[in-house]
Write a protein that binds this ligand. Structure first.
Ligand code: XMP
Ligand code: MG
Length: 184
């Protein structure tokens, strides 16, 4: 899917495919350097993190495993509530593992801070976070995010894994939607 397929549903492109790609090169280099030859368990949060996980993992030279979790935060529409339910848990045992959570976006940070304490309770050697996008509200939550792709404005965005009503995840860029999309 590209911008042309969206017709007038696209308001503007915030981050192009090229921008995402070159930032991922930088993040991957940093992660490789930080973990050296350590085994890393990448934990992706479904469904939004699928694109970041696929593109980040392929850039890493160190030994990595991938595992997935699906969570739903109660609350409707475009706001999360911080109350989280596990829909699919990890397959891996985290005991003694170096865990790197891979996220698409941190908004209020509520989902992430819940996830962090949940994973930390499982006896890992370390838990760090890599997110492609971070919104300004995330600053209010005391969560140390080691790797951030881009700081973005407080607007609802779609593409590169992110959806509006499950659509637009397959856009190669990150963009905003025209207001008329939300009104029907
Ligand atoms: P919190 O607020 O807990 O929320 O950090 C993180 C989750 O909220 C969703 N989210 C978005 N999804 N466009 C989306 O498609 C956005 O702009 C957006 N902001 C937050 C997303 O599921 C994320 O994991
Ligand atoms: Mg969503």
């Amino acid at each position: 899917m590209d911008a042309a397929d969206m017709g007038d549903d696209l308001e503007r492109i915030l981050l192009s495919e090229e921008q995402l790609s070159s930032r991922l090169d930088e993040l991957a280099a940093q992660i490789d350097a930080d973990y050296a030859a350590k085994d890393v368990l990448l934990v992706g949060v479904l469904k939004g993190a699928v694109m970041v996980m696929a593109d980040l993992a392929r850039r890493l030279h160190g030994p990595v495993e991938m595992d997935w979790m699906a969570v739903s935060s109660y609350g409707s529409g475009t706001k999360s509530s911080g109350v989280v339910r596990i829909l699919k848990d990890l397959d891996a045992d985290l005991t003694g593992r170096h865990v790197l959570i891979v996220e698409d976006i941190i908004d209020s940070g509520l989902t992430l801070s819940w996830l962090l304490s949940n994973l930390r309770s499982r006896g890992p050697a370390s838990v760090e976070i890599a997110t492609m996008l971070r919104k300004p509200d995330a600053a209010k939550v005391e969560v140390d995010v080691r790797y951030v792709g881009f700081e973005i404005p407080n607007e609802f965005v779609v593409g590169y894994g992110l959806d509006y009503a499950e659509r637009y995840r397959n856009l190669p860029f990150v963009g905003t939607l025209a207001p008329h999309v939300y009104s029907h």
